[in-house]
Design a protein around this ligand. Structure first.
Ligand code: ADP
Ligand code: TRP
Length: 326
């Protein structure tokens, strides 16, 4: 029996932060470790063309993202790990999917609406972003897609795209499901009612690569309680993070202190910063080492792309026949 196929990607738009880690990357590592799945993890550089990076920045960020994912634990011997643009077929399949996808369905996408607003303009690329994502998943016949909460709508669209295609051309693509972690949405340090995101600015996120001092300074500035009443979202977020990174005993002591009103936010922040810094000590070292060895990174990515290409090519040949271009 072949293993279920799992596909996920990440844009090379910045350094990994603890939201990416807890919402997606950690799950990839657990799925990889289980050995039960055929795992495809890639760097979505074509998706990043919808943003504002210069060519130089994009090249640099792809390298950094590759080094960071490897440092976090992606093992290229167990996972097919590659850069999206190095595999021929993603964009071709997206075009075919464009021709079965109603515009009205893409107009509903909340990320498209938010990003168009942020950039103060929209492009056909931004509008079409989820169709390329569907192609990324379905070109490997992905059945499960481990992502954070904000990507669920795109995975649902992927399911619809598969159905639209299958209805028109015959059953070929599976209906992909999203896989969430138990922390699918880490909140911003400074605006805890919003998702922690690189696009909010540096003060809102904790990056995995940050030094213990940098982490401490950022967490120190995190918003905590507003006056009285129920647990403030900022406090809930910090406690949630301590639960993930800290020791159980320490976490439980802070939860109890929060309940009886004796909690000192300064202490909570110190414990949390220390726990995060410790958790990623090994990551920081590996990241630095990998970034010094560009040739090694290139080799790993080329090998991954070649492996992915075999599957992509085989599936595209069937698709081309089904639609009548072969
Ligand atoms: P960002 O919003 O910072 O640009 P990406 O869009 O590159 O992050 O997200 C990459 C992966 O990390 C996706 O699976 C996404 O759902 C997940 N993710 C991003 N931010 C968070 C967060 N704050 N909490 C949980 N998961 C997140
Ligand atoms: N849109 C995803 C994000 O911003 C990245 C992505 C691109 C992706 N293609 C994908 C995620 C395919 C899962 C599967 O995080």
């Amino acid at each position: 029996m072949s293993k279920p196929v799992i596909v996920s990607g990440i844009q090379p738009t910045g350094n990994l932060h603890i939201g990416n880690y807890l919402g997606a990357v950690k799950n990839w590592l657990e799925l990889q470790k289980s050995g039960k799945y055929e795992l495809y993890i890639f760097i979505a550089d074509l998706h990043s063309l919808t943003g504002k990076l210069t060519a130089e920045q994009l090249r640099e960020q792809v390298k950094i993202t590759a080094a960071e994912l490897l440092a976090a634990g992606i093992d290229p011997d167990k996972t097919t790990f590659f850069v999206q643009s190095q595999v021929v077929g993603h964009a071709d399949l997206a075009w075919i999917f464009n021709c079965v996808t109603p515009m009205s369905e893409l107009e509903r996408m909340t990320q498209y609406k938010d990003k168009s607003e942020q950039l103060n303009k929209t492009t056909a690329g931004l509008f079409d972003y989820p169709v390329l994502q569907a192609a990324d998943i379905l070109i490997y016949k992905g059945e499960q897609v481990p992502v954070g909460q904000d990507q669920v709508q795109h995975v649902e669209l992927t399911r619809d795209v598969a159905r639209w295609f299958n209805n028109r051309y015959g059953e070929f693509f599976p209906e992909a499901k999203h896989l969430l972690t138990h922390v699918p949405k880490v909140m911003s340090l400074l605006e805890p009612e919003k998702k922690m995101s690189k696009s909010l600015g540096a003060g809102h996120v904790v990056e995995l690569r940050e030094t213990p001092e940098e982490i401490e300074n950022k967490v120190k500035r995190a918003v905590t309680a507003t006056s009285g009443g129920a647990q403030a979202p900022g406090v809930a977020n910090l406690l949630g993070l301590l639960k993930e990174f800290g020791e159980k005993k320490v976490y439980e002591a802070f939860v109890a202190a929060e309940k009886d009103g004796s909690i000192r936010y300064g202490d909570l922040k110190k414990s949390l910063s220390d726990a995060i810094a410790k958790h990623f000590a090994d990551f920081r070292e590996k990241r630095a080492k990998l970034l010094k060895d560009e040739k090694k990174l290139e080799k790993i990515l080329a090998k991954g792309a070649a492996k992915a290409q075999k599957v992509a090519t085989a599936n595209m040949q069937v698709v081309q026949k089904l639609v009548g271009i072969k």
